[in-house]
Write a protein that binds this ligand. Structure first.
Ligand code: GDP
Ligand code: MN
Length: 417
């Protein structure tokens, strides 16, 4: 899922007419101080990371003066929140909170819902999962009908909110659905939605996540890879994302694990898994025979031959790799002949450039017999060390890794390494 930081999410809220606190992001304590000077009043300094519960982790702090702002920003910048390093903070005017609400929309993919669920609770600020059922108003939204102003008025009123707060809060919840729809969100949440002592409703936090498969409609978001990438994507990652971004026929996940400079030193192999859990199992098996994976790749969900081909091609393009391992450690119910066709085409194009190259292929499941024939016929007579395995070895990761290691050793010896 494409995630955004709080301050980025808040910008979407503001555009839709939802009030947010005044403030700006900062990357250094000096910048934080300048923002506090500009605001000229007490501020709240908040870590910008893709994690909730910052309040409890000490990643939300208050400051009364610009000097104090610089100090707390310095404390928060560089700290780790749920394994994520804080590289940016948001410096905002501190709100005088009278009451905290929750407003949010998520996608419920359960069979009987399959659509957006709008939620409102008068008990904001805490984890929405821990709010008692009678304190949560829920509406399963019919996307064709949408959400009408009286829907949110009824929802918010049913939770005991009245008067001036009712109109403001219901209006914000209504606008929030507009934000969700127009940006193809999977999640958008305001927690807390604050009512200040001055009687104004303001979005004090924002979680905003966009459906990866809708990113092609939102080029202006500037998201390079529609995945939860914690690092800056490399050239390899960017090319691999192209296979996915506008082709939803099956999935391919590809990520660089070791940069090209590392690979050319030796000891790394091209890695191609099928299905998440099975793919991890293959990586473990290779690590146990002291082989490192150059990349992590996984093709699944009945991908087309062309998608498998492109993944195999990018794996084989990595400089210095000493083998190619297809880890089909599952009796997949997808039609495996698409894998077989894609692999044969990629290997026939690439193997002539790498005489004696080690290749171990495990492929089984639906259309296995046909797939095995395609692989064996298609790769016959290639000048490479190819071993092809079927369901007989689906539980035998150790054997396959050991065989692969032996082929890699032969290949290395031949190369004089
Ligand atoms: P989260 O814990 O990561 O969800 O971070 P939040 O942005 O929700 O902040 C956590 C808590 O800090 C909120 O529930 C508030 O109680 C408090 N907080 C955040 N902003 C302000 C503010 O401007 N004024 C006050 N008084 N409290 C705030
Ligand atoms: Mn929050």
């Amino acid at each position: 899922m494409a995630k955004f930081f709080e301050y980025q999410g808040k910008a979407f809220l503001k555009k839709a007419g939802i009030p947010i606190p005044e403030g700006e992001p900062a990357k250094t304590s000096e910048e934080a101080k300048q923002i506090a000077e500009k605001l000229g009043r007490p501020v709240v300094v908040k870590a910008q990371v893709w994690a909730g519960g910052r309040g409890k982790s000490g990643a939300v702090k208050f400051a009364d003066t610009p000097e104090e702002t610089a100090q707390v920003a310095g404390e928060i910048l560089g700290m780790e929140v749920k394994g994520l390093e804080v590289k940016e903070v948001l410096v905002e005017e501190k709100l005088d909170i009278a009451q905290e609400f929750y407003a949010g929309i998520i996608i419920n993919s359960a069979k009987d819902v399959r659509g957006p669920v709008l939620m409102f609770s008068p008990e904001g600020g805490m984890d929405i999962e821990s709010v008692p059922e009678d304190k949560l108003a829920v509406m399963n939204v019919d996307v064709l009908r949408g959400v009408l102003p009286f829907d949110t008025l009824n929802m918010v009123r049913s939770m005991g909110i009245e008067g001036n707060a009712l109109r403001q809060v219901a209006g914000i919840v209504h606008k929030l659905y507009g934000v969700f729809r127009s940006n193809d969100c999977r999640t958008v949440e305001i927690n807390p939605l604050v009512l200040t002592k001055q009687g104004k409703a303001v979005a004090a936090d924002c979680r905003f996540q966009v459906d990866d498969q809708a990113l092609f409609r939102h080029r202006d978001f500037g998201i390079k890879v529609g995945r939860e990438f914690v690092k800056e994507p490399t050239e390899f990652d960017l090319i691999a994302w192209k296979f996915e971004e506008a082709d939803f026929r099956g999935t391919s996940y590809c990520a660089e694990m070791n940069p090209p400079e590392e690979l050319v030193k030796g000891g790394c192999v091209g890695y191609h898994g099928i299905g998440g859990g099975a793919a991890i199992l293959g990586v473990d098996a290779l690590n146990k025979v002291d082989l490192k994976v150059a990349d992590y790749a996984d093709t699944s969900g009945n991908p087309t031959a062309s998608k498998v081909y492109r993944v195999a091609k990018i794996i084989l393009s990595q400089p210095g790799i000493e083998g190619y391992f297809l880890a089909g450690f599952m009796m997949a119910n997808q039609e495996q002949w698409h894998h077989a066709h894609g692999l044969v085409k990629a290997l026939r194009e690439e193997l002539p450039k790498k005489p004696g190259f080690p290749v171990v292929l495990l492929l089984c499941g639906n259309k296995e017999k046909e797939s095995q024939e395609i692989l064996k016929e298609g790769l016959a007579g290639m000048n490479a060390r190819i071993e092809i395995y079927d369901r007989e070895h689906v539980y035998n990761a150790k054997h396959l890794a050991t065989r692969f290691r032996a082929l890699v050793d032969e290949y290395r010896a031949e190369q004089g390494k």
